[in-house]
Design a protein around this ligand. Structure first.
Ligand code: 1GP
Length: 239
């Protein structure tokens, strides 16, 4: 099977638009997983991302196991912290919050994750995670105690993304925060995409088919949608 990273690299090369639906293990009832899986497949999503800011111990594993039973889509871990690493998933975004300066999210969580990763067969993808101001205080900001970069600081965002690439990351994730008022501006996506050799994931505050299309058109290779799916899956249908 083609790896998650290779799917993204191909998407970047060939202009394929990939979509991931984000599920927060804390908000999902296991009984509803079959129905959710069917809804996600109906949207023609390519992946299911699993992760949240504050998730109780063991809940992520239970959700991943259930998703594996109910859908054939690849399950990608997008963890808020190392306790959310479930070996039953397909891949792990090995995130480093490089827009911030909190050592806990730059290196400490990563060190804590090692024993869990070593025991698993997960595909590990080093990912530069960049938090951008989405117009309200996001959970990532609260928990990581790091400030997002303003959407006016184009140059700083581009240079942070480039630094992420030069550090060896294989992906860049431009994050406006879950439930953001303002998604990452298309002009920022465009600038970052034009300078980077590695694929770009964009997420946070994307609510409509129009915003989704705009993100792709300007260089997002994979878009992640959580809140809009929770609220109304139908809004996105006509991508
Ligand atoms: C959050 O980027 C994701 O980490 C998705 O955000 O919930 O706003 O879609 P939304």
């Amino acid at each position: 099977m083609i790896s998650f990273l290779n799917q993204l690299k191909t998407a970047k090369k060939e202009g394929i638009r990939l979509l991931a639906i984000l599920l927060d293990p804390d908000k999902i009832l296991l009984e509803s997983v079959a129905e959710l899986g069917a809804k996600i497949e109906a949207l023609a999503a390519d992946f299911i991302f699993v992760g949240g800011s504050l998730v109780k111990k063991g809940v992520t594993e239970q959700l991943v196991i259930e998703l594996k039973k109910q859908t054939n889509l690849k399950i990608i871990l997008f963890p808020g912290d190392y306790s959310q690493i479930a070996p039953q998933a397909d891949a792990l975004l090995f995130l480093s919050l490089i827009s911030g300066n909190n050592p806990e999210y730059l290196i400490n969580q990563q060190v804590k994750a090692v024993s869990k990763i070593q025991e698993s067969k997960l595909e590990i993808i080093p990912t530069a995670y960049i938090l951008i101001d989405g117009g309200k205080v996001s959970s990532v900001e609260k928990i990581s105690k790091t400030k997002p970069i303003s959407q006016h600081q184009n140059k700083l965002i581009v240079n942070t993304a480039l630094a992420g690439q030069f550090m060896g990351n294989q992906l860049v994730y431009l994050e406006a925060g879950s439930g953001a008022k303002n998604p990452v501006k298309v002009s920022i996506i465009k600038k970052v995409a034009s300078q980077l050799q590695i694929p770009i994931i964009v997420g946070g505050g994307i609510h409509s088919a129009k915003q989704l299309n705009q993100a792709y058109k300007n260089g997002a290779n994979l878009v992640v949608i959580g809140t809009a799916f929770e609220e109304n899956a139908l809004l996105l249908k006509s991508q």
